[in-house]
Design a protein around this ligand. Structure first.
Ligand SMILES: *[C@@H]1O[C@H](CO)[C@@H](O)[C@H](O)[C@H]1NC(C)=O
Length: 250
């Protein structure tokens, strides 16, 4: 008797808790889209990713307002879905942060393509685009780049051998890169790099010889771990060059 009274209650409690757990992971906000006619993002995003920042993830990218976090948020992935059930899909769009910006109390300015993807159909996408700004909910999700390793792109503004600047591409998972060290591979002397802006890490007078980069990954619980690439950056590195680190994270 006691059991049969109790179990529906337990079941209900469990169900309510589950529902809370799921909905609490989404945060309500608003999203707009880039006013340019381009479907994708912008080549000149505040993260410093260049054309990668416009086209990565098929062009499903976004500028973030507070979530930009002084550049720490660059490369983070979010599931963003609009909330009008007549027009919006459950899944919404998964975007990568490649720029900073806000308009009309938005947390996200999506690429036109990502904004359209929040709709159920092409017709409802036209309707959403006409609205311009919509209510959304979002949550951070893991980034996924199948068959890609973390990749170093030497920034175009680098000047061998005096000024070394680079961005980090294709970081999977949902951790932040909060520090980067540059090490000499011969005597293992490392120095901490500066975040110049966005996802751009720099140093003047880098050591000579092949270089190795270490990245500090931090998660929500403030667990931290250094990741050391398999591959070094050759000593004759050049502005614009792209190097596969040989490692990936999840
Ligand atoms: C990733 O790095 C590993 C070595 O650690 C290499 O074998 C593999 O080919 C790389 N993958 C890609 C897609 O470049």
């Amino acid at each position: 008797m006691a059991l049969s009274l109790l179990s529906p209650l337990l079941f209900t409690t469990f169900f309510v808790m589950q529902t809370l757990a799921e909905t609490s992971t989404f945060t309500h906000s608003r999203a707009a889209y880039y006013p340019n006619s381009d479907e994708k993002g912008t080549d000149s995003g505040a993260c410093g990713f260049g054309s990668f920042g416009a086209t990565v993830n098929g062009g499903d990218v976004s500028a973030a307002s507070d979530l930009y976090r002084s550049g720490v948020g660059c490369g983070a992935c979010y599931q963003v879905r609009c909330t009008n059930s007549a027009y919006c899909s459950d899944k919404g769009a998964t975007v990568v942060i490649t720029d900073q910006g806000s308009s009309a109390n938005t947390d996200f300015i999506l690429s036109r393509r990502a904004f359209s993807r929040m709709a159920q159909t092409t017709d409802t996408a036209t309707y959403l685009l006409a609205l311009g700004v919509v209510d959304i909910e979002y949550r951070r999700v893991s980034c996924s780049y199948p068959n890609k390793n973390i990749t170093i792109k030497i920034d175009e503004n680098s000047n061998y051998p005096h000024y070394f600047a680079f961005v980090i591409w294709f970081q999977q998972g949902k951790k932040d890169i909060t520090a980067v060290q540059l090490c000499e591979t011969q005597n293992f002397v490392c120095k901490l790099l500066d975040r110049s802006y966005g996802a751009v890490w720099t140093t003047t007078s880098p050591p000579s010889g092949p270089l190795s980069i270490r990245m500090l990954f931090s998660d929500d619980d403030e667990d931290e771990s250094w990741v050391v690439p398999v591959n070094n950056i050759p000593q004759d590195w050049k502005a614009g060059d792209i190097y596969d680190t040989g490692v990936q994270v999840n």
